[in-house]
Design a protein around this ligand. Sequence first.
Ligand code: NG1
Ligand code: ZN
Length: 544
Amino acid sequence: MSDQDQSDQVILQQLAQIEQFSTLHPRLDKTFTYGTAGFREKGALLDSVIFRVGLLAALRSRKLEGQTIGVMITASHNPPEDNGVKLIDPQGEMLEQSWEEYATRFANADSDEYLAREYLNASEVLKINLEAPAAVVFARDTRESGPRLVAALKDGLSAAGAEFTDYGELTTPQLHYIVKCINTAKTPSPYGAPTAQGYYDKLSSAFKVVLKNLPKPSAVTVDAANGIGGPQLNALASAIGSDVINFVVVNADVATPTKLNFQCGADFVKTQQKQPSGVDLVAGQIYASLDGDADRIVFYYLDEDSGFHLLDGDKIASLIAMFVQDLLAQSGISLEVGVVQTAYANGSSSQYLTEVLKVPVTVTSTGVKNLHHAAVLFDIGVYFEANGHGTVLFSPGAIKALESFEANSPSQQTAVTTLLSLSDLINQTVGDALSDLLLVIAILTQKSWGPAEWDLAYTDLPNRLVKVLVKDRTVFKTENAERRLVQPAGVQDKIDEIVKKYKFGRSFVRASGTEDALRVYAEAATQGEVVDLTMKVAELVKDF
Ligand code: NG1
Ligand code: ZN
């Protein structure tokens, strides 16, 4: 047999295997779309989708010279019966956008045979050698449907002939970290050890450097949404040591699947603007809530008059930007700090950043990949969605400038050492609730601040976010980072007319990328006005 014949043989065998395995994971009569959150659905409907994601992950790895690709099975802050899946590219970033189309095509191929054909087609269009090696790692959150979906994923990976490693239950950001570690292991700057322990070690060492010689911070109570963040935070806390800080982890019941994200967690606290169940707030102390896969975090506290105060993603971004700017000023190094937000950022935060801190602010469309791409354009780019998903990116040039800096005074040296430790403390692959938690505590401890002092930077404008169910949300098209509607024609003008009547009024409408609904956001000078404004705008769009 010639080499060509042999190669054809291998490919035919792979395609036959895919077809055969696919019969075990029959497709449902439903259209699936790979959106900002990957695929997300009721867990019961995802078997065929996850099997097919396995095929795509194998192709992606082959396309990238056998670099390791990650697959995370989670539905984040969504209810326990939901699940989802997302691919992670080699440097720990989200799947390259142009591949989302293939994910959607694979998921919707309507027969086993057609699926094999889509697979072959993709390999031809993308010039992928199907005999090349493929490596994939995966993990899941604590949902009940997880193990069953992992089995489907393994079938997909086996059918496509990929090598794979099951990392069990991890947070989403931990898997991003592991993917980056694996792919940088043989480079001059390895990111870390590709294990959960490597993650705890990297974060805990950096945290201890930043806290060195400072008084022990008060204990911090963290609501883990009854998800994977609970056990992972406990493990991270042991690596840090109770001599450094104590974390009290509540809502950490991962044995009762129905409790996940129920009346607790970051999304609950942010959208309800109230404390989660399972937490008794003591005035003046700081609390945090994670979401179900621990990539989002929000903080909060009670004032002396029992008023509830939320410290969300905007507050976190502002705190970090302020702190990084202070350190840069102290060191005398000139690097550009910028902040990236979305239209959901509170107007007061954007004003504080531009007018008080005088940092440039970029506004992008919703979805962290959009923020991430804008943040890489700064030397130090801070990006956060208001819902608490975000991180800080240090450019390679910034790291080099810091590493090669020769300090003229102990104060300059301290500033540079702290900045470099921050770059290790921050998970730069993706927003990471555990890493953000340590970062915020480190900054507050450095400043000797409690939550109230942090909160002083600016006062949030009263705001409201509501969902409106419409017949067809796809008719709503936006421009200018989703802040204005271009379609349906004329609706934006009417919104403008309404908004004009409110002091500090702002409102915008967009179709959700993760739910079949419109989102209406508004802010105004008072609580009463914002309720009224939101209602009027919602009323305007509800009949489409
Ligand atoms: P959609 O459903 O497109 O609004 C939501 C969040 C996003 C992002 C994605 C991914 C809001 C208003 N929207 O998107 O910020 O986190 O989910 O999970 O918070
Ligand atoms: Zn999440």
